[in-house]
Design a protein around this ligand. Sequence first.
Ligand SMILES: Cc1ncc(C[n+]2csc(CCOP(=O)(O)OP(=O)(O)O)c2C)c(N)n1
Ligand SMILES: [Mg+2]
Length: 406
Amino acid sequence: MATTARSRTRPRGGLDPARADIHRDWLRQMLLIRRFEEKAGEAYSLGKIGGFCHLYIGQEAVAVGSLAALGPDDYITCSYREHGHALARGIGARRVMAELFGKAAGTSKGKGGSMHLFDASLGFLGGHGIVGGHIPLSTGMAFAAKYRDTEQVAVCYFGEAAVNNGAFHEALNMAALWKLPAIYLCENNRYGMGTALERASAIYDISERASSYDMANEVVDGQDVLIMHAAMERAVQRARSDKVPTLLEVRTYRFMGHSMSDPIHGHYRTKEEVEDQRKRDPISVWSQRLIAEGLTDEAAVKALDQELSGFATAAGAGRIPAATANEVHMKLSHLLVPLNYTRGTRWRRDLSVPAPPLTALAVAAELDRYPPSALPFAQTHLKRGLNQVVAALEEARERVAAALPA
Ligand SMILES: Cc1ncc(C[n+]2csc(CCOP(=O)(O)OP(=O)(O)O)c2C)c(N)n1
Ligand SMILES: [Mg+2]
């Protein structure tokens, strides 16, 4: 019979003074993630970050506590809400921010964006946008570790909305059957977009799903970094030494909207609920604990916070290296390709070419994203591109006019 545990209560006794540096570092990491994401949110609102952007604010203790229990060779896969995991795994804040900004200096050369952070050298294998889609991928990594007889563990982070997806069940069944060194870490923040867990799931305790596969499982308080870390250490031990998988149901809460395009609260949850949950902000929970045990004090926490806010700001737009020529070219191609595409297609399609003033507006908006040093290059290319678009439009109009009955 697999292990089932509830690790919601705080381990007894004080913090180990020999681990004081590690404990202070967890606070540092959580604060970095928080300030980084606030900066990213600000940049997104200013239109400097494109695509989707899902903030992790409120859930920091989960990534920090759990990743601290892993070794450098272990594999990690995440959903799209993965800025915190990437930072906690050691991908530099500048590289992560550069990816958000679509810069070549980013983890995926600026082509993946917020949802596709990746660094194979750190075993950080994404950033995945399809809910639950990465659970079988992670299971494959656990299988690879077993097949090659390494000591590696594969950890998969996903939200609670993924557990009603077929891929979750197929993967957990395989992992239990084949005794794979896998950890399935479900970050139960209670909502999948605007749908509460109880509205979408026949059972409320996600950990119970593991019993279908006779898999070890625990319910973990994700707002307490120490509890999170201890539960993860047990799961890692099971995977590495006992060679069996674990399902961790980590109870947490997101303080922001589902993505940057969503309100913090709305029809699906009340302002009061969010405020109530904020009382267990993982950063305050941990800083208060460190202060209570004499491992830090208010002034030191404040100074650390200021330092990290400054660092997050520096990682933001202003100090990211100027766009390279290739980067500018790629961006412009993306902008112009759909317009040029219409040239080679049937004349009817040419009618859908945006009117030049709109194109000019899009170009102006695009130019606005480049640092001044890259502007001359961008302008030359845009001018050439625009001339082509205008010529194509003229050509299309003539063909349309010729095809219409007199
Ligand atoms: C297969 C699939 N279905 C639907 C979506 C749209 N979608 C994006 S995020 C999301 C909610 C996922 O919630 P959860 O798994 O709880 O993660 P959280 O956003 O709370 O971190 C949905 C339904 C998707 N990306 N993939
Ligand atoms: Mg969720």
